[in-house]
Design a protein. Sequence first.
Lengths: 166, 135
Amino acid sequence: MLARDSRVEKGDDEQPHSRHDRQPPVQRTADVELTIPARPENVAVVRHVLGGVGEALGLDAPTLGSLRLAVSEACTNVVVHAYPDDEVGLLEVEAVVDPPLLHVTVRDRGRGFAPRPDSPGLGMGLSMIAAVARTLEVGSEPDGSHEVRMTFVVADAAAPDAGGGS
Amino acid sequence: MSGDGGSGGIGLDGTHVAVAAGPLAGPVISRVIAIAAARAHLPVDRLSDALAIADAVVEHATPLVAKERLELATTGAGGWLELRVGPLRHGSAGRLLERSEPSDAGGVIVRLATRTRVISIEAGDVLVIDVAAAP
C-alpha cells in the first residue's frame, strides 16, 4: 500500500522501487486538461479521451492499454473515495507530452484517498497503476487538491507543437 | 450549464476540456463531442453532424483562440447538445460564422447546427453551438 506523498519508480529490472522523495511536477501548461463531474459514467469519458491522446502520439498497443487501465483506476478512485456520497465533485485530468514521456495527472479537490470502511473496491487500484505505469506519485498539493501522477514511456512521441503522432 | 460569467464564460456543469493547438486537438475534441452527443441522445445522423461540427471547430477555431489552447465545454440531455467554444479572440467568432460557403467553417457550423450565437466575455468571444435531435 502506497503511503501518501510517495513515489514508485521502475528500476532497470522493471520491479517497482518505493521512494518517498517527490519529483517536482512538470512545469509547463498541460497539453490536455479535462474537467468533468466525478460520476461513475465519466470514467469512460476520460479513458476514451486519453486513449485518443495515446493513439495520436502513436503509443504501441501494450502502452496504450496500460494508459487506459491506469487512468481508469485513478479516476475510479476519485469517483469512489474523493467526495461524500451526497456530493458530486469534479474530476480533473491533465496530460503533458514531454518526450519520451507522457505525464498524466488525475486530481480531485475532495478528501483524496481517505479510507472508507464501506469501500466497495478491492483496494488494488494503486497497485495496478504502479504495475503498468513507468512512475507513480500520490500526494496532496498546497491548494488542498489530491493528485495521482503517472508517467508512461512514449516511443518516438513528438511534442504537440512539433506536429508528431501517427 | 452554469452562467456565462463563470470560468471565463464556460460552465463546468458538464464537461470542460482545454487542448493545445496541434495534433492532439482533433482526437480530443472529436471524442468529447461524440460522447456528449451520444449522451444527449442525438440520433445517428445528428451525431454525425456534431462530429462534422467538431472537425470544423478544430480546423477553423483553433487559430482564433485567445489563450493558446482550444477550450470546449459541453452539456446536453434529452435530444439537445450545447457546445461552448472559446474564448476566441474578440470579434473572431462572428467572422467565422459569417463565412457561409459550404466549404467554410461557418458554412458547416451554420448549416448543421440548430442554433448558433456568440457571447462576449472579458477573455474573448465564446461561440455557442446548439445541436438538437431535429435540425
